[in-house]
Design a protein around this ligand. Sequence first.
Ligand code: MRU
Length: 353
Amino acid sequence: MPSSPLRPIWWDGDAVMILDQRLLPHKHKVLRCTTVDDVIRAIKTMAIRGAPAVGIAGAMAAALGARTIMAADVRTFVRKFSRVCERIRSARPTGNNLSWAVDAMFAVVVENPGVDVPRLQQLIREKSQAILEEDVRTNEAIGRWGMEVVPRGARILTYCNAGALATGDYGTALGVIRAAFAADPSLHVTCCETRPFLQGSRLTAYELMAEKIPCTLITDNAAGSLMQQKKIDLVIVGADRIAANGDTANKIGTYALAVLAQANGVPFYVAAPRSTIDPLLPNGSQIPIEERDAKEVTHFYGRLVAPRGMAAVNPAFDVTPHRYITGIITEVGIIRKPFTRGIRRALEAPPPT
Ligand code: MRU
């Protein structure tokens, strides 16, 4: 397992260690989680965030829960484990990876009939580590495929944080940028600050600087003007949930960027593992959108900046209709239009070697 200073989550003995992303880039504090509730709290408060990282956290929470289940027989264990899994699943609603990971964890008990409780607990723990390791390999494969859409000297715009911190390591959109930069150090990345949680200015900027990738930070409002001035060659973003037709939920503001990209003739790519795809949703209209605390909008670093008593709405994600998306970069290749067929084929493809 490659180990980078930016990895957001790992096992340390019987504890799940989570890098507290709320404090980055200026403070490096690691939370030691020993219970399911500790991990659920870390997910809800966004100490860990980014759809794939949340999925891994969910898998590890399931392993923590499985370890402490008191059960005289396997049936009781499975019943209690199912309840633990459902509690974890509801920690954040929009990202598909959390449900995907919880399903994969529960599949361990389904796929191992006749196995006793201690062995099931061990297999569940091993599965959580396997999900983490598979995510990193997946991101490296996304990076390799994605390189082909990045022209020499490209000026890339990215949004939110789809980097090592949002995954097991390496990143999806930033994985593509990492891979492209290794081959062409002349590229340049513009990252949007990403109001209100500032994943762009706090996390993406931090990752890019750590890798010495040339980068510039802009306010979210500046993206359209840069595209209009022909200063951006392509946009690459991550995803939280992709419907069967390619409609993509990602951080609030992504839709506006996609529309601006199309209006200015700039290719718009989504980079995501197949675990982000929800083939049961025919389109994006049914993707549940998380509504977060209005305080994230009315306050800045805990300080009220709007008039006292001001109402605010704070949807954390939006859905970009597939017609604005040039391609979806996955670990098994780049899916192009028509997305419905491409997505079906990608889901059937064997994993990368
Ligand atoms: O609210 P967050 O920070 O969890 O939102 C993160 C994003 O929207 C990312 O772009 C997405 O999860 C992809 S991360 C590889």
